[in-house]
Design a protein. Structure first.
Length: 236
């Protein structure tokens, strides 16, 4: 055997490090225990309970919803309600709000709008009526208005108007002979107004008057001697 192999096989001489000889289990550091305060614990439990109660109330409010009838398109005063005018929505309804429930939808279909109805609003029982806008003792007179005679303000059902007699040029002095200082007029109420007719622009307005005034108004219309004047909102 060579001297090189003998040297590599020989054990290494020398002292063993002192740390290796003294190796053993290490004790964990001491951690001082915190004192538990009963007041803090009670407060924490109270906050947790209050938070849980709040969530429960919120869930109950969200879950307690009612299906009610809504308006999906414009409905004028006096117009008959149809299925296409109405929709439904599920809302958390306040007891103070009187709305028609979906279960009672059939009770309002076929009735007339007592007020103008706007899309997106809830329908209440007081907004509909079974009565016609033409009351007992009244007559309905159709009046054709030329484009220059149609008011810029939209004519809506229920609006009060004055039907003014405007005599023809040759009969302008008739009123003076009768001792009248101002043109004769008859009170009326708009029941319905049509859209302007294509080509002519004529608007037909159905006006309700008393049964005694109906024939007079019809004669004025026939003679083209009538003008329609809107009453102020205070008088409507």
């Amino acid at each position: 055997m060579s001297k090189t192999k003998e040297r590599s096989a020989a054990p290494t001489a020398g002292p063993v490090p002192q740390q290796a000889q003294a190796a053993g289990p290490v004790a964990p550091p001491r951690v001082s225990a915190r004192r538990r305060r009963p007041g803090v614990i009670a407060l924490s439990l109270a906050l947790i309970a209050a938070g849980g109660a709040g969530v429960a109330v919120l869930l109950l409010q969200v879950g307690d919803r009612t299906d009610v009838v809504t308006v999906v398109r414009n409905v004028q005063v006096g117009q008959v309600l149809t299925e296409q005018d109405l929709g439904k929505a599920s809302v958390a309804l306040d007891p103070a709000v009187k709305a028609v429930r979906v279960d009672n939808k059939e009770s309002v279909v076929g009735k007339r709008a007592a007020v103008e109805l706007k899309p997106g609003s809830l329908l209440s029982p007081s907004q509909v009526t079974k009565d016609s806008l033409v009351k007992a003792g009244e007559q309905l007179v159709p009046i054709g208005l030329k484009p220059e005679q149609v008011p810029a303000t939209a004519l809506v059902p229920g609006q009060k108007v004055q039907l003014v007699h405007v005599p023809a040029q040759g009969a302008a002095d008739t009123g003076k002979e009768l001792g009248k200082d101002s043109p004769q007029s008859i009170a009326g109420r708009v029941v319905k107004a049509s859209k302007a007719a294509p080509g002519t622009g004529v608007v037909v307005v159905d006006v309700a008057t008393t049964a005694d005034d109906g024939p007079t108004v019809a004669a004025w219309v026939s003679a083209d001697a009538l003008r329609l004047v809107l009453d102020s909102p205070e008088n409507s």
